[in-house]
Design a protein around this ligand. Structure first.
Ligand code: ADP
Ligand code: MG
Length: 193
C-alpha cells in the first residue's frame, strides 16, 4: 500500500487518504479506575477519533512496581487523520485534563494513554517510540490486544500478537474485570486487587 512520509496509508483499497489505524492502551490505578478508563475512552471519541474496537477491561497486576494498586487496562483500535505526534499530544492533554500529576515515572496514575502500534510505522525519537518498546513484554498490553487483534503483526518483530502473547515471559496476573467482579462477589481470593 502506498504511504506518505509519515508512513500513513494513502489512497487505494477504499481507505480514505491520510487516515491511520492505531492501537492505544489505557491504564489506571488511582481513584475510580473504571470511571477513569471510561472517561478517557469518551474523551478520545469526543475529539473526533473513531473507535473501531475496544477490548474488555482487564484487572492487571502492576509490573515493575511493588506495593501499588492493581490497574484496570483496556486496548482500543482507533482510526484518525492525526499523525503519531499529534495523537501523542492529544493523549497527553487528556491525561492532564484528567488530573494526572507528572510525578515520578512509575507512581500510581489516574490515567496512562500509550500508543502501541501505528500500522507498519516505526518511530524512534526521545518523545515517541512506536511500536511501544515494552509492548512485547507486558501481559497487561498483550492480553487485551490479543482479544481484538490476534493476527496483527508487530512491524519490527514480524510476529503476530497471538504469538507474542504465547511467548511472553511475563507471569503477571491479568483477568477480565467483569470476571473478577463476579468472583469477588462469590468470595474468591483470586479476584483481589
Ligand atoms: P509509561 O507510559 O512508560 O509508564 P509515561 O506515561 O510517564 O510512562 O510516559 C513517559 C513518556 O514516554 C511520555 O512523556 C512520552 O513522551 C513517552 N513516550 C514514548 N513513546 C510513547 C508511546 N508510544 N506512547 C506514549 N508515550 C510515549
Ligand atoms: Mg504512558
Amino acid at each position: 500500500m502506498p504511504r506518505d512520509q509519515a508512513g500513513r496509508a494513502s489512497a487505494g483499497k477504499g481507505i480514505p487518504s491520510g487516515q491511520m489505524t492505531y492501537f492505544l492502551s489505557l491504564g489506571s490505578n488511582l481513584g475510580d479506575r473504571k470511571r477513569n478508563v471510561d472517561r478517557a475512552r469518551r474523551s478520545i471519541e469526543r475529539s473526533g477519533i473513531k473507535i473501531l474496537r475496544a477490548s474488555s477491561v482487564y484487572r492487571t497486576e502492576p509490573v515493575d512496581v511493588r506495593d501499588q494498586p492493581w490497574f484496570l487496562n483496556q486496548v482500543l483500535k482507533v482510526r484518525t487523520g492525526l499523525k503519531p505526534q499529534e495523537l501523542l499530544d492529544l493523549a497527553k492533554s487528556i491525561e492532564k485534563k484528567m488530573g494526572r500529576v507528572p510525578a515520578a515515572n512509575k507512581d500510581p496514575r489516574t490515567i496512562d494513554i500509550d500508543i502501541l502500534l501505528a500500522e507498519d510505522t516505526v518511530i524512534d525519537t526521545p518523545r515517541l517510540t512506536i511500536p511501544h518498546p515494552r509492548l512485547a513484554m507486558r501481559n497487561f498490553v498483550l492480553v487485551p490486544l490479543r482479544e481484538i487483534a490476534p493476527k496483527t503483526v508487530h512491524p519490527l518483530l514480524r510476529v503476530t500478537i497471538r504469538d507474542l502473547a504465547r511467548r511472553s515471559g511475563d507471569r503477571s496476573f491479568v483477568i477480565k474485570h467483569q470476571q473478577a467482579l463476579s468472583r469477588s462477589r462469590a468470595g474468591s481470593k483470586a479476584a483481589e486487587g
